[in-house]
Design a protein around this ligand. Structure first.
Ligand SMILES: C[S@@+](CC[C@H](N)C(=O)[O-])C[C@H]1O[C@@H](n2cnc3c(N)ncnc32)[C@H](O)[C@@H]1O
Length: 401
């Protein structure tokens, strides 16, 4: 049947209506009239699939693969989609109307410095959207060129050695870490890959090279161990971190908390502009990296604590004037919201990778904190993902300044 696309949802799927029932259809364009099949019908909505698959220049797997959702839109259309999405989410879930939004661009392809591939016998690739069907990938043009080259080598290795199950590749400043899992013979892995990569792990054991990689961002060096989180687009994170530094410079803070600090990147980058910065992170490798990174950069005014933010924060003895939040997609916990409401810190800088949880959390904090500014960064072109940096300020009734 033929439908007209009347809107997008926040994940970039098209929305159409059939007899007043909403249908979500991936990989279509606004106002397009498109023939679809209904693939799943629920009580309140249906899922549709376009009949004639799209062709995009940069990827032959575009229709099946779940990695990109909006790569068929022009880059300007993608940016408009992202601005409209966050605008709509804020007008629906908060008291704020976002006007004159600006979005910082990054390069559209070859930006990802990390990938996780699944492997089944001699097939390596990504899972099809919302399924367990593995799509073989020879080349993904969102990945940086070092990862693309290593993918070719992995593809030739698994044609002969068919017992690998997973490969994670990190490529930082020209060096590669390869993390493999499976039931393959360790020696054959070592022999094949140790000359191709700087760091080689197999089933959690370092079998060749160095244990961690190094990356330089905004003139500071960061060590990244196997399990530490590091943002996947260097150009994108540099833009985000620059925004955060600019905000911190204006805020004149004594004590800053960097919550969800990962490898301590933000703590170390803002440490020049505060007396003390305290980071909290739940992954042990992250905290170890953060401490090593402070030493590596000769920074002496940072402290890092391991654990769940909402549990550790109660135990700290400092009184922060600025709190930086950079949580995962799920946003911040109710416990932390309650803590922030009672703490009445002067400034909160919230870096978010999910406008829905950002809007929810801003709303929950609204009785004490007012939204002052928001900046958007397109860190993940061709996908619906959107990064934002917001500044929240304590309302005057609670703090006279
Ligand atoms: C979006 S990343 C931000 C990392 C870091 N700020 C950066 O720029 O690289 C979120 C981080 O929060 C950590 N995390 C997730 N849940 C946590 C929790 N409950 N308590 C502390 N850290 C947590 C993750 O391990 C991850 O390192």
């Amino acid at each position: 049947m033929k439908v007209k696309i009347i809107d997008y949802d926040h994940q970039g799927r098209g929305i159409a209506k059939i007899n007043n029932k909403i249908v979500f259809i991936p990989k279509v364009k606004l106002n397009e009239e498109v023939s679809i099949d209904i693939v799943n019908s629920k009580k309140n909505y249906s899922l549709g699939k376009r009949c004639n698959p799209l062709k995009v220049k940069y990827c032959p797997y575009y229709n099946e693969c779940g990695g990109c959702q909006i790569g068929h839109l022009t880059y300007n259309e993608q940016l408009e989609f992202k601005k409209n999405t966050i605008k709509n989410i804020f007008s629906k879930y908060t008291n704020y109307n976002l006007e004159n939004l600006d979005i910082l661009k990054t390069k559209q392809y070859n930006y990802r410095n990390k990938v996780t591939f699944h492997i089944k016998k001699d097939k390596i690739g990504y899972y099809e959207e919302r399924s367990n069907n593995l799509i073989s990938i020879d080349k993904c043009n969102l990945l940086d060129s070092n990862i693309i080259n290593l993918t070719a080598s992995l593809n030739s290795f698994i044609k002969v050695h068919k017992k690998l199950t997973k490969a994670i590749i990190k490529s930082l400043d020209g060096k590669i870490m390869l993390i493999l899992e499976g039931k393959e013979d360790k020696e054959s892995i070592k022999e094949f890959f140790s000359f191709l990569v700087s760091s080689l792990y197999y089933n959690n054991e370092l079998i060749s090279g160095v244990p961690a990689l190094m990356i330089e961002v905004l003139s500071k060096k960061f060590m990244v161990r196997k399990d530490s989180f590091f943002q996947v687009n260097k150009e994108g994170i540099s833009l985000i971190y620059k925004e955060v530094i600019d905000l911190v410079k204006e805020l004149n803070s004594n004590i800053i908390y960097d919550l969800y600090c990962g490898t301590g990147t933000i703590s170390l980058l803002v440490s020049d502009y505060a007396k003390k910065v305290i980071g909290i992170e739940v992954i042990e490798d992250g905290v170890m990296d953060a401490k090593s990174n402070a030493k590596l950069n000769n920074i002496t005014n940072t402290e890092f604590y391991l654990g769940d933010v909402s549990k550790v924060i109660n135990k700290l003895k400092y009184v922060p004037d600025t709190i930086i939040l950079d949580p995962p997609r799920s946003g911040i916990s109710k416990d932390l919201i309650d803590f922030l409401l009672s703490l009445k810190v002067k400034n909160i800088i919230y870096i978010s990778c999910n406008p829905l949880t950002l809007a929810r959390d801003i709303n929950l904090l609204d009785s004490e904190y007012k939204l002052k500014s928001i900046k958007l960064v397109d860190e993940f072109p061709n996908t619906y993902h959107l990064e934002s940096i917001t500044l929240l300020k304590l309302r005057k009734k609670a703090y006279n300044n």
